[in-house]
Write a protein that binds this ligand. Structure first.
Ligand SMILES: [Zn+2]
Length: 598
């Protein structure tokens, strides 16, 4: 953990306007800085910065946060890396305060990362210049991988030796095993995990090597004789989890964000192939199927995902899972249709244009599956068309959205030259009702639960804005003056934290969002005193009507009650005429306080 002191020191030292200016041009407008939003594309500026508090908010896409969030989101960094990057810019030293266990974990992680970097470097140097790597270099050249590509992807070569890496790095056995770079064999000797393989370092999102994929050379592929397998990946470690890591994301992330589209392929060489074909936004799963964790990671970068698997693999993927992910992560998943038997890696060498066109003309996943099903039948006969239609119907039946389903039903009708109504009747006999709009409504995802800000009481919003920018003016604010759940929560957040950063960091997303938004709103010059008076007036009016009801219900009004009642009425009148003292406001607040605590 980074101590709060260091964070606030960093926030003080950093010039947010300067940092943000590296991403968008900013202009001063009143006390704010405004510009085109770096988080979404727009033509008129809706992005605004509060330079003093170092907070931003976009009135277009609702992106908001502080200078750390800004760097995190734009550079796709974790919290610590973002802080480190800013600290470097500001020339500030950040200390880590942590318990002993955590310090140990962190220290070990650093040692492992250092080790991986050294290993990647060693393998890479081997490939570039070791006499033993001649065959590997020839092979790569024959596949069209030149020196530039080899350097960009930092390919390497694991020597044909039991302990080449072990000896070269001269590293503590325990660490080497933890990094999955070596293991202790049955005779108790430390031995390399990879031998005689082309090495593909797998990097984490910030570009640090965390694992390796090793590919044997074709003439060594002697698996049938009990030899080595074609591909071998690092075993999972504390650095590397294959169900989360996507190969190439470190290079592709910016292109993915720019195009709002990620291409997912199966192997390291596919990613390299796409890159040479000019498709820079591709990533690969590492020796495992595309799973929800991968999807979750990708959904942080883009809304569109194009699968670039060979047709068979893509054709077997389960519709329900993809459908579920599309809904859950607001994604569109489609398929790049590659010529049969071709993988992106080999296609890139032969016909890069076809490869990039396949991505451009990708088909929605369900349509792709439907077409593959139809290919299996002889559509020149009535029986063949009927069978194909039936298979198609059972396929789209897995799709839960009735409207989409019906659109595909029309497609099936078209492809099989059958009457859509006949097909519909086929479906409804299975207990499915396509035209049931009620089900449709029920299954529609809820787009947003946030209440629109316009519906929030303006005077409460102004009070919060003053509390953020000029807290000394609204010392008298009380929580019962906030009638709205959200503004009330914002007030509590501000009142119970040292500063707005702590309040934002500690609150529900809805509260944080509103606070950041208020922090960059234009100050219209209302004074705290005015606003409190208006809040008090409103609260007294409300209580007064309750008070009146109570008075009416009781048969005899006490002298005290009558006096109280007339005092309130008189006070309200004074506020309305703008003829009130600070003392009067204080007394009314006290009265409200008493009234509210009863
Ligand atoms: Zn925006």
């Amino acid at each position: 953990m980074i101590p709060e002191e260091d964070l606030s020191r960093l926030r003080q030292a950093i010039d947010f306007v300067q940092v943000a200016s590296e991403y968008t041009a900013l202009k001063k407008q009143g006390q704010r800085w405004v510009g085109l939003c770096p988080f979404h594309s727009e033509k008129t500026p809706s992005f605004s910065i509060n330079a003093q508090e170092k907070l931003y908010h976009c009135f277009g896409c609702q992106a908001s946060g502080d200078v750390i969030t800004f760097i995190r989101e734009l550079e796709h960094l974790d919290f610590v890396s973002a802080v480190e990057r800013l600290a470097q810019k500001a020339g500030i030293h950040i200390s880590y305060e942590e318990d002993a266990d955590f310090a140990l974990v962190r220290k070990e992680r650093k040692s492992l990362l250092d080790l991986m970097t050294r290993a990647a470097e060693w393998y890479h140097e081997n490939l570039l210049s070791h006499p033993q790597a001649g065959l590997a270099r020839d092979y790569l050249r024959s596949r069209g991988y030149d020196g530039t590509l080899v350097r960009r992807f930092k390919l390497g070569w694991a020597l044909d030796s039991w302990d080449g890496l072990v000896k070269a790095l001269n590293i503590d056995a325990d660490l080497l095993v933890k990094a999955r770079l070596g293991f202790v064999n049955k005779t108790g000797r430390l031995q390399d995990s990879f031998r005689s393989r082309i090495m593909f370092p797998i990097f984490d999102i910030s570009g640090q090597p965390i694992a390796f994929g090793g590919r044997s050379l074709p003439n060594q592929n002697t698996n049938a004789l009990g030899g080595i397998s074609k591909y071998k990946n690092s075993a999972e470690s504390s650095l590397y989890s294959k169900k989360k890591v996507l190969y190439g994301l470190n290079w592709a992330k910016n292109a993915i964000v720019r195009q709002d589209l990620a291409v997912v392929c199966e192997g390291y060489t596919d990613v390299m192939g796409f890159y040479t074909a000019g498709v820079e936004n591709s990533v690969a799963t590492c020796g495992t199927a595309l799973g929800e964790e991968h999807i979750k990671v990708l959904s942080g970068f883009a809304h569109k995902i194009v699968l670039a698997y060979d047709s068979d693999t893509a054709g077997q993927s389960a519709i329900e899972r993809f459908y579920e992910w599309e809904k859950k992560y607001s994604l569109d998943i489609s398929v790049a249709v590659l010529p049969p038997g071709q993988d992106p890696g080999s296609l890139a060498a032969k016909d890069p244009q076809t490869l990039s066109l396949a991505v451009k003309n990708s088909e929605p996943f369900l349509l792709f599956r439907l077409k593959r099903v139809f290919e299996k039948y002889n559509l020149s006969t009535a029986e063949g068309r009927a069978k194909a239609a039936r298979a198609g119907l059972s396929l789209i039946d897995q799709y839960p959205d009735p409207i989409v389903k019906d659109l595909y039903l029309m497609q099936i009708a078209d492809m099989s030259q059958l009457d859509p109504n006949v097909l519909r009747s086929q479906i409804s006999t299975k207990g499915q009702n396509f035209s049931n709009s009620h089900t449709f409504l029920k299954k529609r995802p809820v787009l947003t639960t946030a209440k629109p800000t316009t519906a929030l009481p303006m005077v409460e919003l102004i009070a919060l804005r003053i509390a953020i920018n000029r807290p000394e003016e609204v010392m008298d604010l009380e929580e019962f003056l906030f009638s709205n759940e959200l503004t009330h929560a914002c007030y509590i957040a501000l009142a119970s934290h040292q500063d707005i950063h702590a309040a934002i960091g500690d609150s529900d997303p809805e509260v944080s969002k509103l606070l950041s938004k208020l922090a960059v709103e234009d100050d219209k010059g209302e004074t705290g005193r005015e606003i409190i008076a208006r809040l008090v007036e409103r609260a007294v009016l409300k209580e007064l009507s309750k008070f009146e009801m109570k008075a009416r219900r009781s048969n005899s009004l006490s002298v005290d009650m009558v006096a109280e009642f007339s005092w309130l009425k008189l006070s309200l009148e004074k506020i309305r005429q703008d003829d009130y003292s600070q003392d009067l406001l204080k007394s009314l607040l006290q009265w409200l306080h008493k009234f509210n605590s009863n």
